[in-house]
Design a protein around this ligand. Structure first.
Ligand code: GSH
Length: 220
């Protein structure tokens, strides 16, 4: 939590319900940090042994995180939340106004949401890296099946991205904010090295983006 002075009126408190480990919660936190919006992160354990807490199911009937509260306005679904944050608050613009650049941002966000998150985070990072922490063996079949899909995700992201330090254009957009938490997990897996071979634009982007203040402040 940070104090950003007058950036947001005191009456409009921003509360983000979720957990610091979550990729989707981090996407929203990155948006809040990049726009320098003060917020409280309220911890919710959706994997509690007793199930998703009842009070959270009222906020999110599907039992997921994150959810956002801004004054008396409530929202869930990361895509809706980050676009609301971008449009309702002052600060840097996270969506280009040029229709083609904006479409490209939305296309990259769609790829990350629909294909890359499951493949790079769950099938590769969770199986290879988190499994060790959890004291279990990696499921090699899951990882092997994910590798070709990961290759398609990465080559498409590389093909669609610009090489000016950000995925689209020359300033931070929702495309970067969706990609960074996914890459923060995936890049820890030994599979990332060979898979990133030939994706120089993505490597350059990751090396730069990972050093941003917002990335440090949202580290799980
Ligand atoms: N479509 C949702 C996906 C959010 C999501 O999957 N969040 C994960 C944490 S990263 C979650 O809540 N998982 C709980 C579960 O799968 O039961 C969004 O965009 O917000």
């Amino acid at each position: 939590m940070r104090d950003w002075g007058d950036a947001v009126p005191a009456t409009e408190v921003v509360k983000l319900y979720g957990a610091a480990w979550s990729v989707y919660v981090r996407i929203v936190r990155l948006a809040l940090e990049e726009k320098q919006i003060n917020y409280d992160l309220v911890e919710v354990d959706v994997f509690a042994a007793t199930g998703v807490p009842q009070e959270h199911l009222k906020r999110h009937p599907f039992g997921r995180i994150p959810t956002l509260e801004h004054g008396d306005f409530h929202l869930y679904e990361t895509g809706a939340i980050v676009r609301y944050i971008d449009e309702a608050f002052p600060g840097c613009k996270l969506q280009p106004t040029d229709p083609k650049a904006r479409a490209k941002v939305n296309q990259i966000v769609g790829i990350l949401d629909a294909y890359a998150y499951r493949t790079l985070v769950w099938d590769i990072y969770v199986e290879r890296v988190a499994s060790t922490r959890e004291g279990r063996f990696a499921n090699e079949q899951v990882i092997a099946a994910a590798l070709p899909r990961a290759g398609v995700c990465l080559s498409e992201l590389a093909r669609l991205s610009d090489d000016r330090g950000f995925l689209v254009g020359n300033s931070v957009t929702l495309a970067d904010l969706y990609a960074a938490p996914i890459f923060a997990c995936f890049m820890q897996a030994p599979e990332a090295g060979p898979l990133m071979d030939g994706c120089e634009k993505l490597i350059y982007w990751w090396q730069r983006f990972t050093t941003r203040d917002s990335m440090f402040r949202t580290q799980p």
